[in-house]
Design a protein around this ligand. Structure first.
Ligand code: SF4
Length: 375
């Protein structure tokens, strides 16, 4: 059976959104006109990828105070940008935002949707959200919330994301008739509030025409997609201190923690597996050692059992490749992810615990890259 027209089906959303929308610092009150600050929309959309609204709001406010416009962001250094993003996670978003700001600062805002899609970090969803919310272009933006609402409203079986190519042209007339920004944000808002995984149908403006509600199938539409099991790692996270300096790993260019400074780490399995050259142990006859209870650091596809460790030695050794000794006073200005920031906070406190292993010489040897050589 063909789907009913989106213009009629989504019409009740307009009044509901007008009356029930939550105030957000990037949300403009008049949704009939162009957004007065597309940069604010860009910042909010990048921050909202993977992060909830309540968490984003204080970050957004601090960000806009530090980088009030595109030029301010474009002119900032990578370190300053990463520092401002610190704690929000998924740091690739900060790099994309920074790169986009530089591009727009030089070339101006893209004039069409295709050019918007070329900006770093703007996939089909974020580009469409920018197009509709910032520029009132009728480009349907389908995030997880919108997919859930539409799947239930239309009674779609299976993963609704697989029907994106059909849903977008179906949705476009509703954006043209009721306003791109209004319908885009209305769908997202409904999915975030009433049409949540456990829906609140009795308050929903679309209840009269909702197919999943009619079929009593809101618990299975859309189906829950099983996530991949995260990879598990056990590690020592090690702060080595010598002569008022700390040994840190320089930011990687790619990967989960790209752009961030990290403490050296040693996988617990490596302590069993590797042997250390005798000469690497010699300079460290005086070692002060502290440890604290560990924690589990959870990423989307990874779970780390982290055991924090502080080793204080008398003299610096040559920093291994990819590492650098940083003066204690300079460490605070660097950007760290949550895991590494947590060790930094522990180091400031007095708390320490007696340690049952590991062998500090083996830890240092592994960090120096001496592992595997025969004793
Ligand atoms: S009636 Fe219920 S399931 Fe249907 S769109 Fe509204 S909240 Fe979602």
């Amino acid at each position: 059976m063909p789907w009913p027209e989106s213009t009629a089906l989504l019409a009740p959303l307009v009044l509901w959104f007008e009356e029930h929308r939550r105030a957000m610092p990037w949300r403009h009150t008049d949704l009939s006109i162009l957004h007065p600050d597309p940069y604010a929309v860009l910042v909010s959309e990048l921050m909202l990828q993977q992060t909830q609204v309540a968490t984003v709001i204080p970050y957004f406010q601090r960000w806009m105070a530090e980088f009030p416009n595109l030029s301010a962001l474009a002119g900032a250094s990578d370190d300053v940008v990463h520092k401002a993003w610190e704690g929000l996670g998924y740091y690739r978003r900060a790099r994309h935002l920074h790169a986009s700001a530089k591009h727009i600062d030089q070339q101006g805002w893209p004039a069409d949707f295709e050019s918007l899609m070329q900006l770093p970090g703007l996939g089909p969803y974020t580009a469409a959200a920018m197009a509709s919310i910032a520029f009132q272009w009728p480009e349907p933006a389908l995030d997880g919330n919108a997919f859930r609402v539409l799947a239930r409203l239309l009674g779609l079986e299976g993963d609704p994301k697989l029907q994106a190519k059909t849903l977008r042209p179906w949705l476009r007339p509703a954006l043209e008739k009721h306003g791109p920004s209004r319908i885009t944000q209305g769908l997202m808002e409904l999915g975030a509030t009433l049409c949540a995984p456990t829906p609140n149908c009795w308050r929903c403006p679309l209840a009269d025409t909702c197919e999943a509600l009619r079929l009593n199938a809101t618990n299975r539409i859309p189906p829950v997609i099983q996530r991949r099991r995260p990879k598990e790692t056990e590690m020592w996270l090690v702060a080595i201190e010598a002569e008022g300096h700390w040994l840190l790993r320089e930011p990687a260019e790619k990967g989960l923690l790209a752009g961030l400074w990290t403490w050296p780490r040693v996988e617990t399995a490596a302590l069993v597996r590797e042997t250390i050259a005798a000469e690497s142990a010699l300079p460290y006859t005086s070692i002060t050692l502290r440890a604290w209870p560990g924690w589990t650091q959870i990423y989307t596809h990874r779970r780390e059992s982290v055991s924090p460790l502080h080793l204080k030695i008398m003299k610096r050794f040559e920093a291994p490749e990819g590492c650098r000794w940083i003066a204690g006073t300079a460490v605070d200005a660097l950007a760290f992810g949550k895991r590494d920031r947590r060790l930094m906070e522990l180091l400031k406190g007095p708390g320490s615990a007696p340690l049952q292993g590991p062998d500090p010489l083996q830890i240092i040897g592994l960090i120096r890259g001496d592992a595997g050589r025969a004793r």
